[in-house]
Design a protein around this ligand. Structure first.
Ligand SMILES: Nc1nc2c(ncn2[C@@H]2O[C@H](COP(=O)(O)OP(=O)(O)OP(=O)(O)O)[C@@H](O)[C@H]2O)c(=O)[nH]1
Length: 378
């Protein structure tokens, strides 16, 4: 196996030209309601004293909405890089520094953690108090689909209720010139003197897909529906990234023990035990072979399969055709650890792809950041 050292940007350019990427054309997925929502957001933004723009920490650049960047950059704005638990912390550090250097407030958050969301709210309060002497201020949450806006609003709601048990929701005058579009704006109170309210309905922005790679990234992280791209194409993209970055080679802690594995289902407990050593037996007793152990074993098997297929591959990975052939081998080899059984190889590839995507999206394959910080613009 040979592969040159490549930066993420070069990887992106290269992948964008590969057969699986080009074959389906540029990713397009713009449900009509999103365009209407963007119009409403533009109107509402006029009322907001501060905007929390939620982006996916795994794609800090690709999850921005370009159409509104002009408007947003003239507002007081905090960029919340959400799902930080799924993002590589070292690379995240570089991203935060990059935003800082452009005087853009930015914070990495986990919308599912109240502690993390409290930190975001503290920053929002600080920013508002610094610059405004108004008695009542409004914070608006916006972001492209699936970045965690609702999860964030839910956590904010819980924090708001714990601070102000009897929540007074505020009402504002009709917003927007369009008939039938949201008449009132309601929010959760998070602070007194000044009164700060966070609008309870997040704004959904249309992601801007300029190239194939951006589309694939948005789909891989869930901002664009899988069906707009196709699961297999997405899995091929994911495998291309993993192989070019040589990520499976870093999973080498599994190498020795898992070599004895044969991949058959009844052997799972023994194989997992060989990977985890004695600690597995202790945990297994305590948990009585729970689903968690099953998934952990499965993940280790997947990692080991990707590790062996990559390390044993003797083609030149700088060559696109070789990389594609490795990806093909891997998609078929993953059938066993992912326990996919079907007569049709097409169905097998789709099912393997779906399961692999789930592992990636739930962070089971480790934390990632797919965007290149050197391309950062706001
Ligand atoms: N791991 C992780 N998952 C998160 C986080 N925030 C949200 N999620 C998950 O991401 C998925 C999407 O979250 P939502 O809050 O529905 O995202 P949204 O931006 O409101 O999505 P739309 O309604 O499509 O615009 C859900 O499964 C959440 O549980 C986070 O910080 N970490």
């Amino acid at each position: 196996m040979k592969a040159g050292a490549e930066g993420i940007r070069t990887i992106g350019r290269r992948i964008g030209k590969m057969r699986f990427a080009v074959s389906g054309g540029v990713v397009q997925w713009f449900p009509g309601h999103m365009f209407a929502a963007t119009r409403v957001i533009r109107e509402r933004l006029k009322l907001a004293d501060l905007v929390i723009e939620v982006r996916d920490a795994r794609i800090p650049l690709s999850s921005a909405n370009e159409d509104l960047q002009n408007v947003l950059s003239h507002k007081r704005r905090i960029i919340a890089l959400n799902k930080k638990d799924l993002a590589n912390p070292n690379m995240m550090h570089h991203w935060i520094r990059s935003f800082d250097s452009k005087k853009q407030d930015c914070i990495a958050v986990n919308a599912l953690s109240k502690h993390s969301v409290s930190q975001l709210l503290a920053l929002a309060e600080l920013k508002l108090k610094e610059v405004s002497s108004k008695d009542t201020m409004l914070v608006m949450v916006v972001g492209v689909p699936n970045v965690g806006k609702s999860a964030l609003i839910n956590s904010i709601h819980q924090i708001a209720v714990s601070r102000f048990p009897v929540q007074e929701k505020i009402k504002r005058a009709t917003v927007g010139r369009l008939p039938g579009v949201t008449q009132d704006i309601a929010g959760f109170k998070i602070s007194n003197r000044p009164s700060i309210y966070v609008l309870d309905t997040p704004g959904i922005l249309v992601p801007r897909i300029h190239d194939i790679e951006t589309g694939l990234k948005l789909a891989l992280t869930g901002a664009v529906k899988d069906s707009a791209v196709g699961e297999e194409r997405l899995a091929q993209y994911l495998l291309a990234i993993l192989n070019i970055r040589k990520t499976p080679l870093h999973w080498n802690n599994l190498m020795n023990s898992a070599k004895q594995s044969d991949g058959s289902s009844p052997e799972l407990v023994e194989r997992v035990s060989s990977i985890f050593g004695n600690s597995f037996h202790k945990r297994r007793k305590a948990l009585d072979v729970t689903d968690i152990m099953y998934v952990e074993g499965l993940v280790k098997e997947v990692m080991y399969t990707l590790f062996t297929t990559l390390s044993e591959y003797d083609g030149d990975l700088d060559d696109d055709a070789c990389l594609e052939s490795l990806i093909d081998i891997q998609l078929m080899s993953l059938q066993k650890p992912l326990k996919v059984v079907h007569k049709s190889s097409e169905v097998v590839r789709t099912m393997v792809s779906k399961k692999l995507l789930t592992l990636f999206r739930t962070g089971k394959l480790g934390p990632f950041i797919l965007d290149d910080v050197s391309e950062a613009i706001m």
